[in-house]
Design a protein around this ligand. Structure first.
Ligand code: DX5
Ligand code: ZN
Length: 214
């Protein structure tokens, strides 16, 4: 069964505890946390302090998506704050292998993220090292954008490589995921669906999660 990772970017930050517990009760598998620095992407969001505050209020794994320059400088802080999975952008990581090793040495899962224009071939050399590959299906920076269809081809390729090469990474997709686009992502081989607005804009979070899971 496909996993659902609600993105708290679309939650009401004044009520973060209730907002997280509502999706946990509604069947979510991960809590997706979008970290933006105002440099790698044109928006500023969450830092380690918020991850630390959120850690004790949920049992779900915290899936931390770093949309920041020099992610290697902040990995330790996010691990100490309680991250279970940390994903870094290939576009922000000239020494990607070293950065992935740095995350794994902390005993947590390591992921790599691809922007919409970045070909999957750029990470072919690191497939065996990563626990998760996150395909951006919007340009990162904001919630509520439209799903970019060309991301499906990347999911298919990653899914095919995974089978052919007997690898075990999870394929995650992020951006514009709703009931309709979720179907396409599942058909293309996605294992984890991130959804912000499609979940947090609905009052019934369990129903929203069920609809996306399909
Ligand atoms: C975008 C973030 C996403 C975003 C998804 O930069 O990485 O996680 O919150 O939001 P929706 O589901 O509204 O597109
Ligand atoms: Zn994200």
């Amino acid at each position: 069964m496909v996993k659902i990772a609600p993105s708290i970017l679309a939650a009401n930050f004044a009520r973060l505890e209730e907002e997280i517990q509502s999706v946990e009760a509604g069947g979510a598998d991960y809590i997706h946390i979008d970290v933006m620095d105002g440099h790698f992407v044109p928006n500023i969001t969450i830092g380690p302090l918020v991850v630390d505050a959120v850690r004790p209020i949920t049992k779900l794994p915290l899936d931390v998506h770093l949309m920041i320059e020099k992610p290697e400088a902040y990995i330790d802080a996010f691990v100490e704050a309680g991250a279970d999975i940390i994903s870094v952008h290939v576009e922000a990581s000239p020494h990607l292998h070293r950065t992935i090793e740095q995350i794994k040495q902390k005993g947590i899962k390591a992921g790599v993220v691809l922007n919409p224009h970045t070909p999957v071939e750029t990470i072919e050399g690191i497939l065996e090292e990563v626990d998760l590959i996150l395909i951006m299906s919007v340009n990162p920076g904001f919630g509520g954008q439209t799903f970019i269809q060309s991301s499906l081809k990347k999911m298919r390729t990653l899914s095919q490589w995974k089978k052919e090469r007997n690898l075990s990474y999870e394929i995650e997709v992020d951006g514009g995921v709703n009931e309709e686009t979720a179907k396409l992502c599942k058909e293309a081989g996605a294992d984890v669906l991130v959804a912000g607005s499609a979940i947090y804009q609905q009052n019934d979070r369990a129903a929203a999660i069920r609809a996306i899971r399909g």
